[in-house]
Ligand binder design. Structure first.
Ligand code: SF4
Length: 247
């Protein structure tokens, strides 16, 4: 059965978020440094609104009740800035799951990061930003924010096969870019190409060009990393990449 990412987002939100004294707390399972973007302090959150067949975080994603601990935005901010300071990074991010599920929590975290010289890279599947343009408008308030929308596959059919969502929801990923650009938020798209054909890639580039002629030139190619647990997951789902990266 196909998932409804907007409905799933609400369900997961009920598990991985809670509000105490008007502050939204979110579940995280790890804080770490990372080599991406030339060095980035990372908070790994629990929970997502898609079910990608290649997701390295699928264990926490599929068992959100069992994993992670609740943190306030200030606690997350303290953890990632401590790591960034210690390692000499100038970038921070939330990864591991979908950061946009906890909207108030994310916005409060961005508020805090905006008072520093650190950049915050919002890695998102774009579903919730595509479904509600006021989300992009709220994000436009932050100077230190950069958004990377990770598109899953190149066509509605590929998207559905990879994420478990219905093909129609693919348009939400593209719409998020439109909403972000309309709101003046700096962003680009990364595209998971491991399972795509050349023809479908050409199709996607045309669609991106229709949104903004600069978008196709900024596409970041993404390929699945074949960690042992990801290999197992792909075999279980009976799908194998045309192209992948060995860890
Ligand atoms: S969008 Fe990202 S976190 Fe969510 S299931 Fe897909 S790969 Fe995992």
């Amino acid at each position: 059965m196909q998932i409804n990412p907007l409905k799933l987002s609400e369900e997961i939100r009920g598990i991985v978020c809670k509000t105490i004294d008007d502050i939204e707390l979110r579940k995280y399972f790890r804080f770490r440094g990372g080599r991406w973007y030339g060095g980035v302090a990372t908070a790994d959150c629990v929970g997502c609104c898609l079910k990608c067949v290649f997701c390295w975080g699928h264990l926490t994603r599929d068992n959100p009740r069992e994993h992670g601990k609740f943190y306030t935005p200030l606690q997350v901010f303290s953890q990632i800035t401590k790591i960034a300071e210690k390692r000499g990074y100038n970038k921070t991010r939330v990864s591991g799951g979908e950061p946009t599920i906890s909207r108030d929590h994310l916005l409060q975290l961005l508020e805090l990061v905006d008072q520093t010289n650190y950049m915050f890279i919002l890695e998102t599947n774009g579903i919730l930003i595509g479904a509600d343009k006021t989300y992009a408008q709220q994000l436009s308030k932050y100077d230190n924010l950069y958004v990377r929308v990770s598109i899953k596959g190149c066509t509605p059919e590929e998207f559905s096969k990879l994420t478990g969502a219905s093909p129609e929801d693919f348009s939400l990923q593209l719409k998020s870019l439109e909403n972000l650009l309309d709101a003046g938020v700096a962003c680009h798209s990364a595209v998971m190409l491991s399972f795509s054909t050349k023809e479908s890639m050409v199709k996607l580039l045309e669609e991106l060009r229709e949104i903004d002629k600069g978008l196709p030139n900024q596409v970041e190619e993404e390929y699945v990393i074949l960690y042992p647990h990801v290999k197992k997951l792909l075999r279980r789902n009976n799908i194998w990449p045309f192209k992948a990266i060995e860890p």
